[in-house]
Every structure is written in C-alpha cells, then in structure tokens.
Design a protein around this ligand. Structure first.
Ligand SMILES: Cc1cc2nc3c(=O)[nH]c(=O)nc-3n(C[C@H](O)[C@H](O)[C@H](O)COP(=O)(O)O)c2cc1C
Ligand code: SF4
Ligand code: SF4
Length: 344
C-alpha cells in the first residue's frame, strides 16, 4: 500500500489532535499500530492567550465539543520542530507535521514548512482551519494557488493540504488541480454555536461526531474522482467505516476523536476490523466471477430461522435445500446464516 509515495502496511493514520501533540503520545500512536502520525498543527504566530482548552463529551460518548482557539491550542513552531526530531528518532513510522499560518503570505508558510522539513518531516499537512470565511476572501483562488505552488516548489517532501467543510469539495478540487497538488487530507470539525448552554463560555465551538461521516464520504468521493490521493477522515469510529472510505478510494483513514475517547488501542483494532471488512467485500465481489460455486445447506446445523429465505432477494435461496442449480455463488446467504448451515 502507498501513502504520500511511501510504502505502508495499513490504512489507519493518527489525525492531528491532542493525541499527536507531544512525544509520549506520538510514541503511543506508533506502538498501537498507526501507520503515520499527523502532528498537532503548528504556527509561528501563536501567542498563547493563557486560557485553558476545554472539552465536553456527551453522555453516550457519541459527540465531542472542544472550546479552544488558535492562540490557545496550536504548537509553537519551535515545539513542532523538536517534536518532529524526537518522533523521527523514537518511532519508525511516517511523521507528518501540520502547518497552520494565519496569513496568505507565501514567505511565512515556506519558512515554517522549511524548518519542519529540515527537522526530518516525511511530509507536511497544510491546515487552513483558522482561515475564517475563506469563501469570502477576495481573490481566494489566486492566493491559494500561489501559496500552494510556492510551498511545493521550495520543498522536496510531499505536501497534503487539509480540506474542511467550509470549502465545497468540487470548488477546492479545481484550485488544487491548478496548483499541482497530489495529496489531500480530510476533514476537520464543524464550527458551531451552542446557545443557552451555561457550560460553554466561548462564542464558537468545534463539534465532532459520527454525524460527520456522510460529509466525509461525499468529500472523499469527489476528491478521489478528481484524481487526488486522499487521507480521509471525520467521524470514523470503527473499522467498517474506515473500510467504506477505502472502498471509495481513500489511500488511508485518519482518526482523532475515537482515539481521544476510547484510547490508543483503537488504532490496531480499527485497522484489523477494516482489513476484515475489505476481505469480506472482496469475497463478495470476486464470488460473482468464480464459476461453479454453489451454496448448499447442511440441515443438521439449520435452525429453521428463515433468515436466508427472507433476506436474500435471490430466488434460489428460497428453496436451496431442494435445488441449487441456478445459484451464482455470491455468498450472501452464507453470510446471513448465523448457524453456519450454508456453505459455498
Ligand atoms: C481537540 C482536537 C484538536 C484538534 N486539533 C487539530 C489541529 O491542530 N490540526 C488539524 O489539522 N486538525 C485538528 N483536529 C481535527 C482532527 O485532526 C480531525 O480532522 C477531526 O477531529 C475529525 O476527525 P475525527 O472524527 O476522527 O475526530 C483536532 C481535533 C480535536 C478533537
Ligand atoms: S444468495 Fe447467492 S449464494 Fe445464496 S443461493 Fe442465492 S445466489 Fe446462491
Ligand atoms: S439462515 Fe441458516 S439457520 Fe436460518 S433457515 Fe437459513 S440455513 Fe437455516
């Protein structure tokens, strides 16, 4: 498998978030099977406003709010340089620092990116999350193309801009194509206001959750179909969701919230489940092309539940015991049967 031009052994990548913001956490990502780590975003212009970051999780662990801000939560560029160096020393996986400058000034982006490349980064993510109202920016297209081209010209490692929901996928795809971008990272939280809730102090919050997943699939499909290699994410909490993104053409799947809520072991669990799902999908796909595969029922194992007859829309499964000659061997009835009575 290939990711950003490098050979990798799996699909699951650590997304930029607090789970990737210090060396202890990066080592845990690597030890638990992440194929690459996208470091917490860094900026030369972060000021640190002294306030604390705050997070809220709903009672079913299904949604996550983060009340923070650029000045409070970005890494300083010096911190990111040190983190990159020690992550390269302490792990054998791909280390991808993330850069978030608050300007369209190409010089600033190039300078920050160069420092991280020199620190040993394998690739860089470019994070535009804190560019507010990008669609209202005068001459956005030209500014973005100039910026992306300048960074790519000056660097010899791959760059992967991150797309967020504030930019329509097909619109940004055109800009990326004109700039010569090859790799794309998806998808950050949605900025939202939660009125009338006394626990929140700020004006806006980042909201994360599985509800993002349909949006993630839509962005993945559009960007893959536009010819980009996509490291897809946003709302992924299990291996079958990861497999769905890979099926849509994503090269890798990035995960943040599920790791923050349920621990680093989720990397290897999701990887395993994702690969199992992919194998299952392959089996179904390939089974159509294998001649002479016929389903048959072992009556001694059959409990008579009837699921095969109700859930398989093929007519053969309705009377499989007596006649399987028209069976095309797709394997659906065998998957549906929980008693192991049907074999192909
Ligand atoms: C607390 C927190 C901080 C984050 N900080 C960053 C960041 O600095 N840079 C970035 O590109 N994404 C950041 N993200 C977004 C994640 O990388 C990811 O895109 C997003 O959480 C959606 O994926 P998920 O549903 O797997 O969490 C952050 C996410 C969380 C939860
Ligand atoms: S569901 Fe597929 S495998 Fe089962 S009887 Fe029908 S064609 Fe054969
Ligand atoms: S699903 Fe399996 S156990 Fe149920 S009726 Fe069909 S063959 Fe029998």
């Amino acid at each position: 498998m290939k990711f950003l031009g490098y050979e990798v052994n799996g699909y699951v990548v650590a997304a930029s978030c607090p789970a990737t913001e210090c060396i202890e956490n990066v080592v845990k990502c690597a030890e638990n099977g992440a194929q690459a780590v996208i470091l917490k975003s860094a900026s030369s212009s972060r000021t640190n406003d002294g306030k604390k970051r705050r997070c809220y999780i709903d009672y079913e662990k299904k949604q996550f709010w983060s009340e923070s801000g650029f000045d409070r939560e970005m890494l300083l560029i010096d911190e990111a340089v040190e983190l990159t160096k020690s992550a390269k020393l302490r792990t054998g996986i791909l280390i991808i620092p993330s850069v978030c400058e608050l300007t369209y000034d190409t010089k600033q982006w190039v300078e920050t990116c160069k420092r991280l490349e020199n620190a040993g980064a394998d690739a860089l993510q470019l994070d535009f999350f804190y560019f507010n109202d990008m669609l209202c920016e005068d001459g956005l297209k030209e500014k973005m193309i100039t910026l992306l081209k300048a960074v790519m010209n000056e660097l010899s490692i791959p760059i992967m801009p991150k797309v967020n929901h504030n930019l329509p996928a097909s619109y940004i795809a055109k800009i990326f194509r004109e700039a010569g971008v090859k790799y794309v990272s998806l998808l950050d939280s949605v900025r939202s206001v939660l009125p009338n809730n006394p626990i929140f102090e700020g004006k806006s919050l980042s909201v994360f959750g599985e509800w993002m997943f349909p949006l993630t699939k839509q962005y993945t499909k559009i960007l893959v179909d536009s010819g980009f290699e996509v490291c897809a994410g946003g709302g992924v909490t299990n291996g079958s969701m990861a497999a769905e993104l890979v099926e849509l053409g994503a090269s890798t799947v990035q995960i943040a919230m599920e790791i923050l809520l349920n621990g680093y072991a989720r990397f290897s669990e999701i990887e395993k489940e994702c690969k199992q799902c992919m194998q299952k999908m392959d089996r179904h796909r390939n089974s159509h092309f294998i001649e002479n595969r016929k389903a048959s029922v072992n009556l001694s194992k059959c409990t008579g539940c009837g699921r095969c007859k109700v859930q398989c829309f093929c007519n053969v499964a309705k009377d499989l015991v007596n006649d399987n000659t028209q069976c095309e061997g797709c394997g659906l009835c065998a998957d549906i049967c929980k008693s192991g009575a049907i074999t192909i």
